[in-house]
Design a protein. Structure first.
Length: 615
């Protein structure tokens, strides 16, 4: 076999550091797609070895067992065994195990060895194991397993050196089967024997984690810690991002004025650039810092090992609402974006629990809602401090997120009783060791989010903004017509027609127009509002700051109504498309869209009518 064409598969339990090792080995030489016919993520990259050779590396989904309980585990099993119809079997399997938690990870290692394929065991997080005083006799472990054992530290620059050296020097035909693994014996018994023979764990090794868990997993203090943590995150989203947002706003405004000044005044091109592109996209770009701050906290919580503990802590509460503790991580992921959150429900084995989680995931306040929330909060909620400590705007943002969470629990509770489900599903999940998040992995995750956001801005948002500019510009008003030109355009006519439907909830015709392109992506509504008001002939000094404009023209009741709308409305066609792919049912798509739009309209109606009474 040509070494340069070697296909290597990375496998391992979730939380073993496998993806961090993949990032270390491949760097920027990687691509992400989906396996054919399913939405399981496929990550493939190239290893550039010191010898100059390139090796193909596949990061398979995390799995606890080949007795697959999810599509992720089924994909990993089929590829490793050579049974996948669209993937060749790997030439070498690198089985990654957490060196600080071998008692749990070695069972899956033994399952991999039973396949009879060339395997190398990578003991990851060896630095953490040494700090805890854990001693692993790698030679004894290698002798008993019958496969090479190498040490790795995925968070260090040269932490995969031993693994790469092994790949470079190995004999492709060697280690066709591990000789010490008994197919007929109990795997747990074999793990106990391996631990006794090759691993020494001092009593103090787990005391730090246990001491932290006594507080973090406490039924009262743990929930309080989680609540304070989430509250702090939403305060930070507003407070920390403001200087960066002001800088981006000033930069975009200055660039827009300079570019527009180079173009002929009162021309269609001038209007497109100033009113369409900079008037629309500029209003979305300023919210990038807030989105990144939210993602920063999610990545840190994930890397630190806290998220599985939060899922365990909330299991009882979520079960009473008709969900399972395993739904916590998909729902938390939905705070970033509902699409990966819905895809993450594949870890939920019970079909009914998974469907319920999918249907309520859109209620989580995703990052695409942030531009809308921030625009309205900044325009209508004063920058007051509460108790001398808290930011009032941050409190309102926290309340909106909390409203989404309560709504999801309420909807799940109703679904549970409608299906008369009295069954219980025990939550069994690994609690990984606590660890400090590595700066490189967090930075890499944030950079990926920046690229996704900029692709959306330069792709779908730009396209829809230009389309809306066109619909707002043509046809031109007839000679002698009075009023803004947009009133005579296709967009203006549509907005005035829809106003009859949305007038009871306080929406004006400009909002009605913005809701339509906002169906493609929620943040498009902000750029659409910027374009519509720029095309309405509003004074440029005010139109350049959309928040100031709507604060002058909208009532507080209208702003609160629109906030209530965005708590519930499924203003994202991509989310509905993923529900269709994950459930393979248009009925579920119709159910999700119907109940979400219904809740949005009713909530906005109640909010608007009550707000009018008190304002």
């Amino acid at each position: 076999m040509n070494a340069a064409s070697l296909r290597i598969a990375l496998v391992g339990n979730p939380n073993c550091g496998k993806t961090a090792l993949f990032n270390l080995l491949t760097g920027s030489r990687q691509k992400v797609a989906n396996y054919a016919g399913v939405t399981v993520e496929r990550k493939e990259g190239r290893i550039l070895a010191p010898s100059g050779r390139n090796y193909q590396l596949l990061d398979l989904p995390g799995a606890y067992s080949f007795d697959a309980a999810s599509p992720d585990e089924a994909i990993t099993r089929d590829i490793c065994s050579g049974a996948h119809p669209d993937e060749e079997a790997p030439d070498l399997i690198v089985c990654v195990a957490d060196a600080t938690n071998l008692r749990l990870h070695l069972r899956f290692v033994l399952e991999v060895l039973r396949l009879g394929r060339p395997v190398v065991l990578a003991l990851n997080m060896m630095d953490a194991a040494r700090r805890r005083g854990i001693h692993i006799d790698t030679e004894e472990l290698e002798r008993r397993l019958g496969v090479p054992v190498v040490e790795t530290v995925a968070v260090h620059r040269h932490g995969a050196k031993a693994l790469i050296e092994h790949i470079e020097t190995r004999e492709p035909e060697s280690a066709a089967r591990a000789g010490a693994v008994d197919d007929d014996r109990d795997l747990h018994q074999q793990v106990r024997e391996l631990i006794a023979a090759a691993v020494q764990v001092p009593p103090m090794a787990s005391r730090i984690d246990d001491a932290i868990d006594r507080w973090v997993l406490h039924p009262v203090f743990g929930l309080a810690i989680l609540g304070v943590l989430m509250f702090f995150i939403f305060q930070a989203v507003f407070s920390w991002a403001e200087p960066l947002m002001n800088g981006i706003d000033a930069g975009v405004s200055g660039l827009g004025a300079w570019v527009s000044g180079l173009l002929p005044a009162h021309s269609a091109l001038h209007s497109l650039v100033q009113d369409g592109i900079f008037g629309g996209l500029g209003t979305v770009l300023v919210f990038l810092p807030q989105i990144l701050i939210l993602f920063l906290f999610i990545l840190v919580l994930e890397e630190s090992g806290y998220l599985p503990r939060a899922a365990f802590l909330l299991d009882r509460l979520m079960f009473k609402a008709g969900l399972t503790g395993r739904a916590f991580i998909p729902l938390l992921s939905s705070f970033a974006c509902a699409i990966p959150g819905i895809m993450a429900t594949r870890s939920i084995s019970d079909p009914r629990d998974r469907l319920t989680t999918i249907l309520v995931a859109p209620l989580m306040t995703c990052s695409a809602r942030l531009p809308v929330y921030t625009l309205l909060i900044a325009a209508f909620i004063p920058k007051h401090s509460v108790l001398g400590v808290f930011n009032l705007q941050g409190l309102v943002l926290f309340a909106l997120y909390f409203a989404g969470i309560l709504s999801a629990l309420a909807v799940a509770y109703v679904m549970k009783h409608l299906r008369r489900d009295k069954s219980e599903h025990a939550l069994l999940m690994e609690l990984p060791a606590y660890r400090f998040p590595h700066v490189r992995d967090v930075a890499f995750g944030l950079w990926q989010r920046v690229k996704i956001f900029l692709r959306r801005v330069g792709g779908i948002i730009l396209s829809l903004t230009v389309l809306l500019w066109f619909l707002s510009s043509f046809p031109a008003p007839p000679p002698g017509a009075t009023g803004p030109a947009i009133d005579y355009s296709l967009a203006g006519r549509l907005g005035h027609a829809l106003h009859h439907v949305f007038a009871p909830i306080g929406f004006n015709w400009q909002i009605c127009i913005a809701l339509i392109p906002g169906l493609a992506a929620r943040e498009v509504a902000v750029s659409a509002l910027g374009t519509v008001y720029a095309m309405s002939g509003t004074d440029d000094a005010v139109a350049s700051h959309l928040g100031v404009l709507i604060a002058h023209q909208w009532s507080l009741a209208t702003a609160l109504s629109l906030l209530a709308w965005y708590v519930f409305a499924p203003q994202c066609m991509s989310t509905l498309a993923v529900i269709r792919r994950e459930t393979n049912s248009w009925r579920n798509v119709a159910l999700a869209a119907g109940y979400l739009f219904g809740l949005a309209y009713v909530a906005s109606l109640i909010t608007y009518q009550i707000a009018r009474l008190f304002t």
